[in-house]
Design a protein around this ligand. Structure first.
Ligand code: SF4
Length: 342
């Protein structure tokens, strides 16, 4: 039976691996964390239909129950040796030896580290949080309160934090943060119907078919207000409320606004293990740190190294449904590859 080792047990790694196990391959997932599921474990509900994130993990965990599939959590690969036929001998940090006829890399993403935008005050001012922090609060059912335990009267959502920003080295659009911010503004508005929500944006990029409806509903049903302009800085008043300084790029006028809570919509950056795996398997990376894909039309799951496949957000920002589709296509490509080699 041909053996596959998947590095990364987030949703892409699990979807591809369970599909391959169902096809009859022997698959081992190596996951550095204690649990599989990756970032999906931290989300509350997904856009555009507010599906609980647990439905995705439940679906994946049901598929895990397959005797062809082995999962090693809390484990990393410490050495990889390529054989002349393109297969690999692997050694884990726990001294386990594995053979892999092919490798699948699915090292996922990390949210942009908002402390790098010091002028926005994250980890300096208590009432500046990120979209990941807010999602965690919503998932745990925590009330949205300021540091003084009061209901925020005004919440500002700041788009493109760590994306489309040459100053922090990330020139690309993270694709999912406009819709995440609008979804979260709606959730906050439901919980705080007397509060005002403001989105500070560069452009609104709602490319999914149902996403535009969400954008309309945010404006028409929840009175979320959209201001075109990038926040230049945030500063704190003595009462721990915040002042946002920005330029309204539609009117061309500078703008100052007092708010009680700022939510930074942080972008997607390459996962921690991506750089290490690129160097271990001699894979090319793009300038932005994501793994290079061999062909944008015909080889989306092919890395720059024959026999090493790639899937999920280690190649760039993706939605959850795109990630699952990309994982299934990786399984098909690996099956094609393995049926051709002896
Ligand atoms: S999806 Fe929206 S918020 Fe995210 S980087 Fe693109 S334009 Fe900015």
């Amino acid at each position: 039976m041909k053996q596959i080792v998947t590095i990364g047990g987030g949703i892409a790694g699990i979807e591809a691996s369970t599909t391959l196990a169902q096809m009859g391959y022997d698959v081992t997932i190596i996951e550095k964390d204690k649990n599989t599921g990756g970032k999906m474990n931290e989300w509350n509900v997904l856009f555009p239909n507010e599906r609980p994130a647990t439905e995705i993990t439940d679906y994946l965990y049901k598929k895990i129950n397959n005797s062809n599939l082995h999962i090693l959590t809390g484990t990393t690969i410490s050495k990889a040796t390529r054989k002349p036929n393109g297969s690999y001998s692997l050694l884990t940090d726990k001294n386990e030896k594995l053979h892999a006829d092919t490798i699948l890399i699915s090292t996922g993403f990390e949210p942009f580290d908002a402390t790098k935008k010091e002028e926005y005050g994250y980890s300096i001012y208590e009432n500046v949080i990120t979209s990941v922090d807010l999602e965690n609060m919503l998932r745990k059912g925590q009330p949205i309160l300021t540091s003084k335990g009061k209901k925020p009267k005004r919440i500002a959502f700041i788009h493109c934090v760590g994306s489309r920003d040459a100053k922090c080295g990330n020139k690309y659009c993270s694709r999912v943060c406009c819709v995440t911010g609008i979804k979260q503004a709606i959730e906050c508005s439901r919980q705080l119907p007397d509060s005002e929500m403001f989105c500070f944006y560069l452009d609104i990029r709602m490319f999914g078919l149902e996403w535009e409806k969400l954008y309309q509903s945010a404006q028409e049903e929840y009175n979320v207000q959209f201001i075109r302009g990038r926040m230049s800085e945030a500063c704190e008043n003595q009462d721990e409320s915040l002042i946002i300084k920005a330029e309204d790029t539609l009117s061309g006028l500078p703008l100052k606004m007092k708010v009680d809570l700022i939510v930074l919509l942080v972008g997607i950056t390459p996962g921690k293990g991506t750089k290490d795996m690129a160097s271990m398997f001699s894979l090319e990376r793009e300038e932005n740190g994501f793994l290079h894909i061999d062909d944008p039309h015909f080889g989306k799951n092919y890395s720059s190294k024959k026999g090493v496949f790639i899937t999920g957000t280690c190649v760039g920002p993706m939605t959850v449904d795109e990630t699952l589709e990309n994982a299934r296509s990786a399984a098909v490509e690996i099956d094609n590859y393995l049926t051709k080699i002896k």
